[in-house]
Design a protein around this ligand. Sequence first.
Ligand code: NDP
Ligand code: GDP
Length: 349
Amino acid sequence: MKRALITGITGQDGSYLAELLLQKGYEVHGMIRRSSSFNTGRIDHIYRDPHEKDVRLFLHYGDLNDASSINTLLRTIQPDEIYNLGAQSHVRVSFDVPEYTGEVDALGAVRILEGIRETGLNTKFYQASSSELYGKVVETPQRETTPFYPRSPYACAKAYAFYITVNYRESYNMYACNGILFNHESPRRGETFVTRKITRAAARIKLGMLSCLYLGNLDAKRDWGFAGDYVEAMWLMMQQDKADDYVIATGETWSVRTFAEKVFERLGMPLEWQGSGEGEQGIDRTTGRVVIRIDPKYFRPAEVDLLLGDPSKAKRQLGWELKTSFDQLVNMMVDGDLKQAEREMRANG
Ligand code: NDP
Ligand code: GDP
């Protein structure tokens, strides 16, 4: 039985990857952080009491900022594969906590790599790299050979993690690979990322639980895929003869504005835009009510205007395939948030 260690198992991707690896027969170990409130909501459905029989999912306390906890996990678990998904993953927040973001997202990666080197473990390493590395547009679509131009403390930290992964592969002949994943979303996406923020708020507006949604830059464009499809690519990258780096993307790009339009349309509240700049508003055409306003606090000190990836290397070499279309993703997220809001409404009487 193969053993995998996942950092960031309580996050969006960690939860989908854990499901996938359990389905494939792995023993799965996840690093979790101590928190004053429960932070395992995304994996509760696959977790079983370790006292039961044939349990294959185990959780361990640890932190990417704590090399001793990482080394202990490496020594005791002896994983065949390590997926480093743990991160302070929010670009806007990284401007508020730049140093911490560097500690976790940049140095966290080298702590694991150095742990592998030092213990002499024969393990494969996956680094969750990001399309944010491309930042300012140098070339579209962006592919493995496109130069990086990071535009946030998050992206700068991820650039370090990318290169240190390549460096350990070249220096120590380790199986260490980077998945350069473009934005990927799901009903489990963190509530402050723009897609989930929109689907969650729109569902609440529909049910009368919220009156207005405040957003930042509506014109930013992203290549949005479904997280469930993207974790398959992570696994495929770890099953090759030789480690390499791959772009994972849909090859389509959409603006935040279009995403919002599709969401409100799905909920029977078609949008009309009025005004411009910071005064722009989204109006529900059926009622004439303002449902979207701009709040400049969501603008970023430096913006990434356009991301559009070319996944042809992954398709060709890994046989990876995109299964979920953009419209399917939007609908899945809207329907999930509508159900959740309805549950909350019932629970609150
Ligand atoms: P999430 O924010 O949903 O999950 C992040 C995970 O990292 C959580 O489990 C979190 O734990 C954990 N974590 C945070 N800080 C630490 C720490 N100091 N030590 C250990 N664990 C920590 O992110 P996603 O699942 O969306 O993304 C997974 C990875 O992929 C991240 O590295 C992200 O930067 C990267 N990425 C994501 C993209 C996307 O579109 N989703 C695109 C490209 C890259 P807790 O639950 O306790 O907060
Ligand atoms: P990112 O690509 O990793 O930064 O993912 P996000 O979902 O956080 O942001 C995607 C884009 O949406 C960025 O260009 C943001 O500037 C833009 N955006 C516009 N309004 C908002 C908002 O209210 N919250 C967030 N998170 N992003 C917003």
